[in-house]
Design a protein around this ligand. Sequence first.
Ligand code: SAM
Ligand code: SF4
Length: 441
Amino acid sequence: MNPLHRVARWAVNRKLGNLRWEDPGRLAGGVRPGRSFLYIHVPFCESICPFCMFNAHKLDRRSTQVQDYFAALKQELLMYEAAGFDFGAAYVGGGTPALVHEELAEFLEFVRERFDLAEISVEANPRISNAAVQSFQAVGIDRLSVGVQSFDDGMLERLGRLEAYGTGAEIRERVNRLLGRFRIVNVDFIFNLPGHDPEVLARDLEIAVSDGIDQLTTYPLMEAQQNRHYVDRQGRISYDLEARLYKQVILPALREHYTPVSSWCFSRKDKPEIDMLDEYVVDYFDYVGIGTGSMSLHDGRVSVNAYTLPLYQRLISRGELPVVLESAPLARRDYMLYYLMMALFGRRVNCKQFEDIFGVSLRRALWPECAALRAMGLVYAHGDHIYTNERGMYVFLMILREFFTHVNRFRSLAREASRKLEKQHLPEPQLAFEPVAGALD
Ligand SMILES: C[S@@+](CC[C@H](N)C(=O)[O-])C[C@H]1O[C@@H](n2cnc3c(N)ncnc32)[C@H](O)[C@@H]1O
Ligand code: SF4
C-alpha cells in the first residue's frame, strides 16, 4: 500500500469512525424538510452474487413479498411528502429493480404524481426482459444501468454470474439491443479481483468502446461483511494492482472516446446530452433513501433504514419512519470536507456554489486542504471552478473506495440494530397499510 493510500484510509476511517450514533429511541422527532434527491432501494434479486456488498434478498414470487414491499415504500414516501420534502430526481437501486418492473413502474407513477422529477435512473441485470424495457420506457426512465461486470466467461464464472446471467457473448448481445432505447445506457464493470488479468480488463473495455456504450462505470472491488469469505477465497486484494489497472488499462482505453464524469464513471464524448451521473451523492448534496437498508444524508445527519424486510414493514405499518440508526449532526467543517471530497470525485468543485451553501469561500474555509491538493498536483483551478486532473482521479477513486468500504460498516451496524429491534416484541406485520399522511406533523 503506497503512503498516499495509507493517508486516505486513515483519514476516511478517522472521520467516519468518529461519527456518533444516537440512540434509536430518540429518532421519533422526525425530519426537517428540504429539496433532496430520492434514492429508492429495491432489494430483490434472482440469485445472490457472492461478491455483492448491497442489501439484496432472493425474490420469492410465491408470496406477496413484492406487493407488500411496494405498499410500504408508498407509505414511507407519503411520510416524507407529509413532512414537506420535495424531490427533484430519483435513483432506483438494488438489488435488481428491473426484476419487479410492473410494481416498480406503478410505484414510479405514484412518485411522479407527487414530485416533479427531472431524471430517473434504474438498475437492471443483463437478463432484463422486453416487458421491463417497455414499462420503463412508458414511465420515462432516463438512464438504465446494467450490471455486466465483465464480458469474459472466466471472470463471470469467478464472480458467480456465468450460470445466472449467461456468457459474455450473450450479455454483449443483450446490451447492444438496449442501446438507443433510453437516453443513457450505463454498463457496470468490476475490476481488481485478486490476480485480475490486465489483458482481460483491456478486452472488456475494448468491446464496450467498440459497441459505443453510452456510459461505463468501473468499480474497484470493495470489501464488506457479507463478501468477506468470497474475497478471502479469491486471494488478497492488491491496491498496487488496482492502481495499475486503473492508470495503465482503464484510463488509456477510455481516454479517446469517453469523458470522465467521476473517477469511475465515463460518458461518451460524442453524446453531450449524457449528463447524468452514476453517483447521486456527487450531484446532490442532500439525499433521502427509502426502502430497506437505504441510507440518507439530510440536514447534516446520516441515517440508515431497517435492514431486514420484516422490521422495515413492521415499522412502516406502525406509521413510523423505519430509521434504525441516526448520527449526531456532522460538524460544519466535516460537512464542508464531505462536499469537497464528493465534488472532486465528480471532477469539479463549483466554488461559487460552495460559498452559496456554506456562506464562506472554499479557499478560506478549507485552505490547508486546498493548499495540500495543489501542492500534491491533484487539482487545477480555472475560473470559478477547481478540477481534478488524472493523477487526482485515482486519489479520489481510492478515497471513495475507502469511503464506501466504511459505509459498508454502517450497513453492518444497521443490520445488527435491526436484529436487536426485531427480537423485541413487535406486533405481527399488517400487510394492508392505512394512509399515514400527517404522521410526521
Ligand atoms: C446493486 S448492483 C445493481 C445491478 C444488478 N443487480 C446486477 O448485478 O446486474 C450495482 C453494481 O454494484 C457493483 N458492485 C456490487 N458489489 C460490489 C463490490 N463488492 N465491489 C464493487 N462493486 C460492487 C456491481 O458492479 C453492480 O453492477
Ligand atoms: S450484484 Fe446485483 S444481482 Fe448480484 S446480488 Fe448484488 S444486486 Fe443482486
